[in-house]
Design a binder for this molecule. Structure first.
Ligand code: XIL
Length: 378
């Protein structure tokens, strides 16, 4: 009887120990992304009107629970915020910044100078001819000063210039470049710094694992620094696919930028599972291919093996980010749930993609627990 009691007690104790262990593990697994990554790097996402207005309540719940940083997906691009030379429209941008403040999130402005989603008036005169260098400088200065000053002290940092370099390391032949040459980049940084001396300033681009871009961006950063112009970080857009870029090449670029004296930000992260109509498309927003059914293989859900491969690859990238957490300031997803993603419509409209951390029912994918676990180890 005595023995039996002892055994029961031992079993009970063992069971209790197990349970405590299990509930500790459970509690750890139930950490949210921002809790698990706290002290390592910020975890952010792009947001848009349905979220910042509060209409998409389920997304707002996820945003508050999981993320501590937001970036404007579209509302701060010149086309939206500055539609005519003498007219700004801050409606959505104001709401975006207030949303971030209300929820204690780090707010990033995207983007001041970009050739895409550029207001049609910005670089040309009434006849559509390029304006003179002096006029363009003045327009850039007015635009940057007005936008940056409006949110002074409320926006932590700005993507000052977006996508100015090409794959081979040449400057992109944008209107800004055509009119001002490469000098438009330091000018933009200088204007932004004058408008808010405390704001961080970033250069942001895609296909950054590409050696040509890597070298050119390193040179750009060094040149700016040599001239005493503020630049705090390089944003590496993470519009990645299942077989590009190589993790090792991405890592080389992260290290090269850090070596040049800036922080690294993984911006615009999304991992597509869909076939690409052009492997060299990068994240060129202007690319557009006609819809083809065979290019949309998973309209009704992702087969288990594809989903597993996706999880593994996303995990490989997060492991890389955690490995280099000392140089990474922020990792930002380009959207909250799969249904929000621009990938469903770019570079081919009307497809069904699965590139983000939360599914179409606002549920975390298995990757979320994996990231939380990995973060616990490092
Ligand atoms: C995308 C938005 O997600 C889309 O909604 C919009 O139609 C086009 O732009 N690089 C960038 C982002 O810097 O601003 C782009 O965002 C994606 C590529």
């Amino acid at each position: 009887m005595k023995i039996a009691t002892k055994t029961t007690l031992t079993t009970l104790l063992a069971a209790m120990t197990l349970m405590t262990g299990a509930s500790a593990a459970f509690a750890q697994e139930k950490k949210t992304l921002k809790e698990a990554l706290n002290g390592k790097f910020l975890i952010g996402t792009a947001v848009y009107g349905r979220q910042t207005s509060g209409k998409d309540k389920a997304a707002v719940r996820l945003l508050r629970e999981q993320f501590n940083a937001i970036v404007a997906e579209n509302c701060m691009k010149s086309q939206v915020i500055h539609p005519e030379e003498n007219r700004y429209d801050f409606t959505e941008a104001d709401e975006f910044v207030e949303f971030g403040e209300k929820n204690n999130m780090t707010v990033t402005g995207h983007t001041l100078i970009w050739h895409s989603q550029l207001s049609p008036w910005f670089c040309v005169d009434d006849e559509g001819k390029n304006v003179s260098p002096e006029v363009l400088k003045k327009r850039m200065k007015d635009h940057i000063t007005t936008v940056v000053k409006r949110y002074k002290g409320r926006i932590k940092g700005w993507d000052v210039v977006n996508e100015a370099i090409e794959d081979n390391g040449d400057y992109r032949k944008s209107k800004f470049y055509e009119i001002l040459g490469e000098e438009y980049i330091p000018l933009a940084f200088q204007y932004a710094h004058e408008a808010d001396p405390d704001a961080e300033l970033y250069y942001n681009d895609y296909s950054m694992a590409n050696p040509g871009r890597r070298a050119a961006v390193v040179k750009l950063v060094k040149d700016l620094k040599k001239r005493g112009i503020r630049i705090d970080a390089v944003g590496m857009q993470g519009h990645i696919g299942m077989d590009y870029p190589r993790v090792s090449e991405f890592e080389k670029s992260m290290l090269a930028f850090a070596q040049a004296g800036v922080k690294v930000m993984i911006t615009e992260l999304d991992l597509t599972v869909l076939p690409s109509p052009n492997p060299h498309v990068g994240a060129e927003v202007s690319a557009s291919y006609e819809y083809k059914k065979e290019m949309n293989p998973y309209p009704d859900g992702l087969p288990e093996e594809v989903s597993k491969a996706w999880t593994k690859r996303m995990n490989d990238f997060f492991r890389l980010f955690l490995k280099h957490q000392d140089i990474i300031a922020r990792v930002t997803l380009w959207g909250v749930t799969d249904s929000d993603s621009w990938r469903n419509n770019w570079p081919m409209p009307g497809r069904t993609d699965y590139p983000l951390l939360f599914d179409r029912n606002y549920q975390p994918k298995p990757i979320v627990d994996l990231i939380v676990k990995e973060a616990g180890k490092k």
